[in-house]
Design a binder for this molecule. Structure first.
Ligand code: FAD
Length: 475
């Protein structure tokens, strides 16, 4: 091993002698990977194909002890530090250029306690892995809609999906968490112990330390839910969205219906002539009694004349993977996101105008529906503040050829800008692209930013954890 030059957190560099790195390597249970070594490329490759960064060294952590050692090492040498959970975040902060990366993806343990209906989950676990273990006991906690997403990053930002209207955000079901803070020590945080830290990590992202274990509350779910897609021609999109906002306003908490507008993928249940044409898709899930579900979804099924309606009983674990084929890793991706308390006529018009000129066959506009249990938690009870939000619009711009970067990104930004007058100004931190640092204080955290900034100064005064949507330590 030769000497290694690493980036420091102040933008400079430091040279570490080979002996220093050899000692560090010997102190780890997991691997220390340098460029070219086995595991290095696997660890630095994340979901968004736009991100191609080369850390100077990667710790592939085997447990909390490795994380404690790696954080202390980064602090001792003032290294630029990045933390990877599932590697799904659009901004790509899981990987740093030239610094030290801690890859938590080898930490895969999930332990379900069916008696207390709780789960202990390590930070390398994906949503699909967690669901699989919990559903073996007919249990689940709300997470997201794409099974390859990491539990860690999703939870630390808030976390929502098909059963959040019924059971709340992922953080509303977090009972405790182990965090390695900037001084390299492991802290157990819950409502009773280190309650400030527990408040901050429920929405504050990776700003306060490295989470090495999550304890969740679980709920009986399924194992079958009523779920599926209703696909409509796009020329009726205006009337459909008007009907949608009426239907979801009266929906029970068990029912969640999201909208996807995109060019139709070649799904086997769609006629060939529809493939590649713009469509509006209602994607819905009723997590409760199937008969009650059939009644609850009727107002949505009554809208328009669908091309296909494939809603029916489905295993919850299967439905949790329904969007995976459209969200495979490796493509180029750029996202923009807005929160809404209502979808007004102006917002609908702007979205429809832009869907008519999608810049690639894989781009889509997603409308997620929240409310229900999520809105019954006060805005200041956790760091995530957007409790009154009913709809989240995500512009998922996705393409494969780098030559299309400019056009695709420009389209997303135009749509985002045109939607701004209709939106709350708030944004879910986990949907923010890399360049939105100016939205963190007001947009992502609003009324909670000041408290977060003070806690950042207490737990991470030197901003060691800065590769994230960064909360600046209060001075
Ligand atoms: C296709 C797709 C679908 C999605 N769907 C949903 C959805 O339905 N609902 C939803 O709520 N979100 C969704 N998201 C957003 C998702 O919540 C974020 O991308 C989240 O950050 C992913 O977590 P990760 O661990 O996979 O990501 P990573 O990129 O590994 O981590 C993101 C950031 O979190 C921090 N971090 C990660 N792990 C730790 C840790 N253990 N300790 C401290 N900091 C850590 C780091 O700062 C890191 O940069 C989706 C994202 C994608 C790409």
């Amino acid at each position: 091993m030769s000497n290694v030059i690493l980036k420091t957190s102040d933008g400079g560099t430091t040279t570490l002698a080979s002996e220093v790195l050899a000692v560090f390597r010997g102190q780890l249970r997991g691997a220390l990977c340098l460029p070219g070594e086995p595991g290095y490329d696997l660890a630095r490759t994340i979901w968004n194909g736009m991100i191609d960064r080369r850390p100077a060294a990667i710790v592939r952590a085997a447990g909390a002890a490795d994380v404690m050692r790696a954080v202390a090492f980064a602090r001792e040498h003032r290294l630029l530090l990045a933390i990877r959970g599932g590697g799904h975040n659009i901004a790509g902060n899981a990987v740093c250029e030239g610094g030290l990366m801690v890859d938590l993806s080898p930490m895969k343990s999930v332990r379900i306690d069916p008696k207390s209906r709780t789960a202990r989950v390590e930070p390398g676990v994906t949503l699909g892995e967690f669901d699989r273990e919990a559903q073996a006991f007919g249990l689940a906690t709300p997470t997201g809609i794409n099974s390859t997403t990491g539990v860690a990053g999703l939870t630390l930002g808030g976390g929502f999906g098909w059963i959040s209207r019924k059971h709340g955000l992922t953080i509303d079901n977090l009972l405790s968490v182990d965090v390695v803070t900037a001084n390299g020590k492991l802290v157990h945080a819950s409502e009773k112990e280190d309650a400030d830290l527990f408040w901050a990590v429920r929405g504050g992202g990776g700003n306060f330390g490295v989470a090495t274990s999550f304890e969740f509350r679980l709920h009986p779910v399924g194992p079958e839910v009523l779920a599926g897609l209703i696909v409509h021609p796009f020329n009726k999109a205006k009337e459909l969205l008007e009907g949608y906002r009426r239907a979801v306003a009266g929906a029970p908490d068990e029912l969640t219906c999201w909208v996807v507008m995109r060019k139709a993928p070649p799904l086997p249940f769609l006629p060939k002539e529809v493939h590649g044409k713009e469509v509006l898709i209602f994607a819905l899930c009723f997590a409760g009694d199937l008969e009650k579900g059939r009644k609850a979804i009727a107002p949505i099924q009554a809208l328009g004349k669908p091309i296909a309606d494939v809603v029916g009983p489905s295993p919850f674990v299967g439905w949790q993977t329904a969007f995976d084929p459209l969200l495979t890793p490796g493509a180029r991706n750029y996202w923009k996101s807005h929160d809404f308390v209502e979808l007004n006529d102006g917002a609908i018009k702007v979205m429809l105008d832009h869907v008519e000129r999608l810049p690639s066959p894989d781009c889509e506009v997603f409308i997620g529906n929240l409310g229900g249990a999520v809105s019954r938690v006060p805005a200041q009870a956790t760091a995530y503040p957007h409790r009154d939000v009913q709809f989240v619009m995500n512009v998922h711009t996705r393409w494969s050829d780098a030559a299309n970067d400019k056009g695709c990104i420009a389209w997303a930004r135009q749509l985002f800008d045109a939607m701004t007058p209709h939106a709350t100004g708030g944004v879910y931190v986990n949907f923010m692209p890399e360049e939105e640092a100016q939205r963190v204080s007001q947009g992502a955290y609003g009324p909670n930013y000041q408290r977060l900034s003070k806690l950042k100064a207490r737990y991470d005064p030197d901003n060691l954890f800065r590769m994230n949507q960064n909360i600046v330590p209060a001075t």
